[in-house]
Design a binder for this molecule. Structure first.
Ligand SMILES: [Zn+2]
Length: 296
């Protein structure tokens, strides 16, 4: 056991979807074919739950409604082991391509199936591909309307399907058309010179060497900022089916799969983690109080 570099509690999260839910890959775009494809979500999610639970850590699982409906026992397993279950939408469609009504319906359906499976209220949301971008602030009013208490979708650096200019740390998001504030836990980026570099999730975490990941943790934790880790079951799946895609995307999708288990174990050994709701302080403080206190 290595001592913690700083006594900050970071957020550990997993986006629970199958390998064929990757966005904008033509070979898996037809959702009517999803039930016929080989699945890896159950096997790798069970490994994640076991690994995190054995480390005495509670994590947040942003579950796709489509997955919760087909594998309700997975959701129950998360809840039974004390983890937080949140929503990653039902169909994994990018928010900025939806109408507010379609987003509302998708989100309601996802919450219903996840709550049915887990028996606990869903409080948080993460957008597929971090797809709340400038112009789709209306999504925050939909989150309010369906009764959610926080968002973890904003990515404070440019990226393929997302990116939103916002503070790097947890804050109250106040740009919804109605002006209602909602607690926001954005993805983590470290500063290198003038750049904001993601390091703590998905392809970034798989690609970067351990030393650079620890540098990011230390930089943020020393500034008092919790790091948000996000991984998918497919990030651990060296046997993930390969489908045709552009070379650059293929590299990002498949690089470093074999080493992700060790990286997760390294993080669990070295740093403190809890759920997104806990890191936002929502388990102790009513959300309205939180939003008011942290508005800046
Ligand atoms: Zn996703």
């Amino acid at each position: 056991m290595v001592p913690n570099d700083a006594p900050i509690t970071n957020a550990l999260s997993f986006d629970i979807e199958d390998w064929f839910h990757m966005v904008e890959i033509d070979a898996v775009a037809d959702s009517s074919q999803w039930p016929n494809l080989p699945s890896l979500v159950e096997r790798y999610t069970e490994w994640i739950i076991e690994t995190v639970t054995n480390a005495n850590v509670q994590a947040t699982f942003f579950v796709l409604g489509w997955v919760a409906e087909r594998y309700p026992k997975l959701v129950k397993l998360m809840v039974d082991h004390g983890h937080e279950v949140a929503t990653h939408s039902y169909w994994h469609r990018k928010v900025y391509e939806l109408t507010p009504d379609d987003f509302h319906d998708d989100l309601r359906r996802s919450i219903a199936v996840i709550e049915d499976a887990g028996g606990k209220p869903v409080r948080g949301f993460r957008a597929p591909s971090f797809s709340i971008t400038p112009g789709s602030e209306w999504a925050f009013d939909v989150l309010h309307d369906v009764g959610l208490e926080y968002d973890a979708s904003l990515f404070p650096a440019p990226r393929g399907h997302g990116g939103y200019p916002c503070p790097m740390e947890a804050h109250a998001f106040t740009k919804a058309p109605s002006g209602r504030p909602l607690p926001e836990l954005p993805m983590s980026v470290m500063r290198i010179g003038t750049l904001r570099i993601p390091f703590s999730g998905g392809g970034y975490l798989r690609l970067l060497p351990g030393g650079l990941i620890r540098h990011g943790f230390n930089q943020l934790n020393r500034a008092g900022i919790p790091v948000v880790v996000y991984l998918h079951p497919r990030d651990f799946a060296a046997d993930c089916p390969r489908v045709p895609m552009p070379l650059k995307r293929r590299f990002k999708c498949y690089v470093g799969l074999a080493g992700t288990k060790d990286k997760l174990r390294m993080l669990l050994d070295r740093y403190q983690f809890d759920t997104c709701a806990a890191v936002l302080g929502l388990n102790e403080t009513p959300p309205d109080t939180y939003a008011t206190e942290t508005a800046r």
